[in-house]
Design a protein around this ligand. Structure first.
Ligand SMILES: [Zn+2]
Ligand SMILES: [Zn+2]
Length: 179
């Protein structure tokens, strides 16, 4: 299945789930399917997904899906391993699309209603996954072997938080397993 189809199917499933969340039943959930879906650049490492509003619309003026230009999701989240997290990302961006522009308490309370609680907590490991894919160097602790994937060398400037030993630079080989 192509990324586009995976994304379209996920989005449909997310909207179906949203229709089952009573706290959302006054909101234009049935308009969400009109929002074009896209993918972030493959090498993005900080952003996991984004809700892009129409040009000229201020965040305080967002009233619903008609103010949204598109929702983009990281392509690495569309692989089977991360699809549950991608569904949660879509849910998060759809809440923005419903007019909740910031990450305030109301937003966080709604976000926590997503039934897949485990997926809600996959952000950190997905971030690590992205950094590991992009890494050229592993700052490695010679004592406990903990690795910190980075794009640049550490040049002996950093120490292991646990062991206090200086981290050494290990080049990521061409056969890195998580590429
Ligand atoms: Zn957000
Ligand atoms: Zn260590």
């Amino acid at each position: 299945m192509s990324d586009e189809n995976v994304l379209a199917n996920l989005a449909k499933a997310v909207v179906v789930t949203m229709h089952q969340i009573p706290q959302l039943d006054q909101l234009p959930v049935d308009q969400l399917h009109k929002i074009p879906l896209g993918r972030l650049r493959r090498d993005a490492t900080r952003l996991h997904a984004v809700c892009r509003y129409q040009k000229g619309v201020k965040k305080s003026e967002i009233s619903g899906p008609e103010n949204v230009r598109c929702v983009d999701v990281h392509p690495a989240a569309l692989t089977e391993d991360w699809r549950r997290y991608a569904a949660f990302l879509l849910y998060h961006e759809y809440l923005h699309a419903l007019g909740f522009a910031g990450h305030d308490r109301t937003f966080r309370n709604l976000e926590a209603l997503w039934p897949d609680v485990e997926a809600q907590n996959m952000g950190k490991s997905f971030g690590n996954h992205l950094r590991r894919r992009a890494a050229k160097w592993l700052w490695t602790c010679p004592q406990c072997s903990k690795e910190h994937p980075r794009t640049r060398r550490g040049m002996g400037r950093y120490r292991c938080r646990e062991c206090r030993v200086v981290l050494v630079d290990v080049k990521v080989g061409p056969d890195k397993p998580n590429a």
